[in-house]
Design a protein around this ligand. Structure first.
Ligand SMILES: *Cc1c(COP(=O)(O)O)cnc(C)c1O
Length: 355
């Protein structure tokens, strides 16, 4: 039998494992996908409902109003902003825009599980660089991994799933070492949750370096994960290239209007982020008091380095009412949820605590 061959890259792809959901009818806190525990603001829901009447039409292809609103909030030229169907899609478009087949993409590992998939699908070759102690990116090792074949370096800060942010001084040194024709993607999906005073100012780095692209999303702090909208900020020539590689009409009309409405309510939404940050501190402190060795987190999740015990721990947690995300053989990522979810998770963790 002769069959249509699939690309070889597909057979090597690691699967993207979505955070587990509760069984239908079962009550459980879903702390497995780094979602915002709070529902959208009523005014944003009203905007979404109003937008529904126009969905017989294609959306604005380049999300003009949204890109202008984002640009206004960041103080950049609107032509530097490219929106997409989640920042995961934007990352794919960036890689498609700059990678020739076989080009190397340096990435930290363990990091965001979408990276190896996006790199392979774009025809690139991932060059994973192990994390340093404490779940931190090893930027000197990442700089050292750059070869003449390297086209892109992915910098996930804060790093998903371990939590720490890179520091401004180490990122400055790193950027000084990276050749100017190698793109550096600063993936800041969790930037609104960062409280580390040593964290970098990505927009200042974007202004200073032509090869820096900043990736952000409405999925986490803004609570619009289900609508799929994220964006890149890139120099105009690169931005035009990313737009050219993008899915036409990739951001729905509903998502565009909801994101614009959310930007108008940034102070209210950031007050919710502050509550999550408060719960993060309570979760980290509670775990450490139980004897857990957890890395710092600047995002809306914490990492338990459980090694081979990760999967069994996640199963036990789910049975007790909290769904977390295991990475087999490595650890468990727990999203910061509502206070009741944090309380319950701390009880579950206490039973498995190292001392
Ligand atoms: C959640 C996340 C994203 C954003 O995903 P969307 O596609 O915008 O929902 C991007 N990068 C990292 C590291 C993430 O954890």
């Amino acid at each position: 039998m002769t069959r249509v061959p699939l690309r070889r890259a597909l057979s090597d792809l690691p699967p993207y494992v979505p955070g587990a959901r509760a069984a239908v009818g079962a009550a459980a806190f879903k702390l497995s996908s780094n979602e915002n525990p709070y529902p959208p603001l009523p005014s944003v829901v009203a905007t979404i409902a109003d937008a529904a009447v126009d969905i017989n039409r294609y959306p604005d292809m380049h999300a003009t109003e949204l890109c202008e609103a984002i640009a206004g909030s960041l103080g950049v030229d609107p032509e530097t902003v490219v929106a997409g169907c989640g920042s995961v899609a934007v990352l794919g478009h960036i890689l498609t825009a700059v990678c020739e087949s076989g080009d190397e993409v340096v990435l930290p590992w363990r990091s965001f599980e979408a990276y190896p998939i996006a790199i392979s699908l774009a025809g690139g070759v991932g060059v994973p660089v192990p994390l340093a102690a404490g779940g931190r990116l090893d930027l000197p090792a990442m700089a050292a991994a750059i070869t003449p074949r390297t086209r892109v370096v992915l910098v996930c800060t804060p790093n998903n799933p371990t939590g720490p942010s890179v520091h401004a001084d180490e990122l400055d040194e790193f950027l000084a070492a990276v050749p100017e024709d190698v793109l550096v993607v600063l993936d800041e999906a969790y930037v609104e949750f960062v409280r580390d005073p040593q964290a970098p100012d990505a927009m200042a780095l974007f202004a200073a370096h032509r090869n820096v692209v900043v990736l952000r999303t409405f999925s986490k702090a803004y609570g619009l994960a289900g609508l799929r909208v994220g964006y890149a900020v890139a120099r105009a020539r690169l931005a035009a290239g990313i737009r050219a590689a993008s899915t036409p009409f990739g951001v729905s009309h509903v998502a565009q209007l909801a994101a614009v409405a959310s930007l108008r309510h940034t102070p209210e939404l950031l007050a919710r982020v502050e509550r999550v940050v408060g719960e993060r501190t309570r979760l980290l402190d509670g775990l450490r008091a139980q004897g857990w060795d957890v890395p710092d987190s600047q995002a809306n999740f914490v990492w338990l380095p459980l090694g081979d015990a990760a999967t069994a721990f996640a199963e036990r947690s789910a049975r007790a009412g909290v769904i977390v995300r295991p990475f087999a053989g490595d650890g468990v990522r727990v999203s910061v949820g509502e206070p009741e979810a944090v309380d319950l998770f701390l009880e579950i963790a206490a039973e498995a605590a190292p001392r």
